[in-house]
Design a protein around this ligand. Sequence first.
Ligand code: PLP
Ligand code: COI
Length: 338
Amino acid sequence: MVKDIDWSSLGFGYVKTDYRYVSNFKNGKWDDGALITDETVTLHESAGVLQYAQTCFEGMKAYRTVDGKVVCFRPDLNAQRMADTCERLEMAVFPKDRFIDAVEKVVKANLDFVPPYGSGASLYLRPYMFGSNAVIGVKPAEEFQFRIFATPVGPYFKGGVKPISLRVPDFDRAAPRGTGHIKAGLNYAMSLHPIVDAHNNGFNENMYLDSKTRTKVEETGGANIIFVTKDNTVVTPKSDTILPSITRRSLMYVAEHYLGLKAEEREVSYTEVKEFKECALCGTAAVLSPVGRVVNGNEEIVFGMDAMGEITKKLYDTLTGIQMGRIEAPEGWIKVIS
Ligand code: PLP
Ligand code: COI
């Protein structure tokens, strides 16, 4: 039975669900994996994750569709991105077919936590991995734990689709350069001070510029960025030091193939930002959150704080329509779980 939760008032926080998936890598191979109920992790004091932050994660969602199914959106891309991250971090790769199977197991075991269609909430899934055996010299762990937990979530930014504020911080996001197209624990730790500082100054997020030249738009702490030009071209920054957002890749496809718009992935210089007519953040958590203004020192760029821009709204409606089963999805985008 669907849990008695006030779905429409959920924010983006942790709610304990019944089951999580765990698999361990030891002696060069992954064990069979299992669903467990214990949400705690017991670790060796010298585990690679604790000493050298050898850890990474993914973020994805399960949705209840208009016709009552439970689905996931492009889980194969999360599996691939996590594999890429693990290779970069010298971690064991969790096989892609097993990743998708584990996602399915966790969602099926927590079906009662998948929010109802139309509630505005969804079941967020957090696959992650960490080095678990003792290391003391600077080197990778040899044993790893892969886990997935699920938690029902509402909007990432409070206020739903109300436009948010960004500021261009003085901080570089993370050593050595940018988040760097992997989702690693250490990179996000380096962004915690800038995000606290942004919030303390009344902004929702940071718009990071590239750390090498500080002239090009990269992304924010937890989402990629899209812009719309005055002639309705959808533009997103091309950079190999940002996370390759699955939502962004999907939106660019939607812009071109569903909305008949031009979609360009290219370098975006900060000086160009004031020329755009719309700006929004995109990601699994952010979905497509309109940006109302960007502040850089004394300069303020205002896109409009009242509502979502026209093209942003079309992109949002089409993407969420595909995710919730109202609009036919491109081949392979939707995995039906139940
Ligand atoms: N960029 C960063 C830094 C993120 O944390 C996220 C969230 O996952 C994204 C971009 C968006 O990626 P995706 O659309 O795959 O969720
Ligand atoms: C996501 O959108 O899944 C993210 O990872 C963003 C943030 C919660 C880290």
